[in-house]
Design a protein around this ligand. Structure first.
Ligand code: BTN
Length: 265
């Protein structure tokens, strides 16, 4: 992994904690599993693991995350947040916002990255990145959170069986992109969002999402519910205006409505 080194990343970091303890590895099962093991072994807050390839990359809702060698970013961060597990659901959106802000500078101005609730980053209605936040608790005590991010950086082909259309920074920018610079940008954006979330709760996050929420104002489907996407609640739930009134979706997959989606909104 010659293009993604500790020295290269360190030189670009503006963080106090994230990425200051950094492990790079050629191949692993899942960087989220490695980060969990590291946190159990006492890794510092902000400890970061990045892999060139994953053999068992995990996505949300039990899906796998395709992780070929040498093209993309597979990164996990140990976050020791002084928050109860119950306040963490909006954290996934804070990470998505940080990813969207980080990748923006690598894209042409017309291609604004958006957060697609709850854990995708979308550009031109295609998936560019995914977030997998994993928390744990022992009794009342919250264990460190593991924040996993996969960003399609230089991939030009995707598996034919992907559930949703995907793209990469290279495809969108029309040129290869430096993974080191993308990783540093991610960590530099993520740390202030984590700090803000701890200090101020979800309010700044919810207002920042107004400008970056995919499908906002559009008719969309969240599992069995169809309605107009209104925004995100402070709990992290998706606000959907259905024919029966506004509902808060706490989990599910959000997708644009197909012409066959009959339920009136
Ligand atoms: C999703 O969109 O479903 C979430 C994808 C998260 C993928 C990343 S890649 C780094 C980290 N390690 C994993 O096994 N998963 C996350």
């Amino acid at each position: 992994m010659t293009d993604l080194t500790r020295e290269g990343v360190s030189a670009l970091l503006t963080t106090a904690r994230l990425g200051r303890s950094l492990v790079t590895c050629a191949e692993t099962g899942s960087t989220n599993d490695d980060a969990r093991a590291a946190s159990t072994a006492g890794a510092v807050d902000g400890h970061t693991i990045v892999a060139d390839a994953q053999t068992a990359g995990r996505g949300s809702r039990g899906r796998s995350w395709s992780s070929p060698r040498g093209t993309d970013l597979y990164v996990s961060v140990v976050a020791r947040l002084p928050l109860p597990l119950s306040s963490l659901p909006p954290l996934t959106l804070a990470v998505g916002l940080a990813v969207a802000e980080a990748v923006e500078s690598f894209l042409p101005a017309a291609r604004q990255p958006l957060v697609k609730w709850p854990n995708d980053v979308w550009v031109d209605r295609k998936k560019l990145a995914g977030v997998l936040v994993e928390g744990a608790s022992i009794g009342e005590r919250s264990e460190p959170v593991v924040i996993g991010v996969g960003i399609n950086v230089n991939r030009r082909d995707f598996p034919a069986d992907l559930a949703h259309p995907a793209s990469s920074l290279a495809l969108l920018a029309g040129t290869s992109v430096d993974r080191t610079a993308v990783l540093a940008a991610l960590l530099n954006r993520l740390e202030p969002w984590l700090d803000r979330f701890v200090a101020e709760g979800p309010t700044p996050l919810v207002s920042a999402l107004h400008a970056r929420l995919a499908l906002a104002g559009e008719r969309a489907r969240c599992d069995e519910h169809v309605g107009i996407v209104e925004g995100v609640a402070p709990t992290g739930a998706l606000r959907l205006r259905t024919a029966q009134g506004e509902i808060a979706c706490v989990s599910g997959t959000l997708r644009p409505c197909e012409p066959t989606d009959q339920t009136p909104a």
